[in-house]
Design a protein around this ligand. Structure first.
Ligand SMILES: [Zn+2]
Ligand SMILES: [Zn+2]
Length: 160
């Protein structure tokens, strides 16, 4: 995996949420959210039939722990297939909501972290630092003295 920001291959798994892995770059601290391949951390799948397709069969593998399924990839109906239940649309919808909620929560933190580790964020943090404030004060003081010496009545406009 390559870092999107610095393009180095220095990515490691930083932490895990219910449905996502969060990776971080050792070189530049960039963070990235990747959804896990499976439906959840503890998959337990059974074969279910979607009754909306009656009289035909429409079979999915649905997880009884999270409700997740790949609806776009129905299974083939064969004689020896064991249909255990009907497709549960309620748990399926809950599963989808849980994934987007999970992502929403992490996304805010990751966005903030990525901003703080970006050159722009570091610059803004520097502007808020005591070190910068001291430097700025001295600098402005120096300019004022200089300006006052040249033309004390002229207002001075300082542009960053
Ligand atoms: Zn990086
Ligand atoms: Zn699951």
């Amino acid at each position: 995996m390559t870092c999107r920001r610095c393009e180095k291959q220095t990515i490691y798994k930083y932490y895990e949420s219910d449905f996502h892995n969060i990776y971080k770059c050792k070189s530049c601290d960039y963070e990235e959210i990747i959804k896990i391949d499976d439906c959840c951390r503890n998959p337990n799948k059974i074969i279910v039939n979607d009754p909306n397709f009656f009289p035909n069969f429409r079979l999915y593998e649905q997880c009884i722990n999270c409700g997740g399924t790949k609806r776009n990839f129905p299974l083939k109906h064969t004689k020896d297939i064991e249909i255990r239940d009907e497709f549960n649309v309620d748990t399926f919808n809950t599963w989808r909501k849980n994934i987007s909620f999970d992502k929403k929560i992490i996304y805010e933190y990751v966005q903030e972290a990525n901003y703080l580790s970006s050159p722009r964020g570091k610059y803004h943090a520097y502007l808020n630092s005591d070190e910068w404030k001291k430097k700025e004060k001295l600098f402005l003081l120096g300019i004022n003295i200089n300006v006052n010496n040249v033309n004390p009545k002229q207002p001075f406009t300082f542009i960053i």
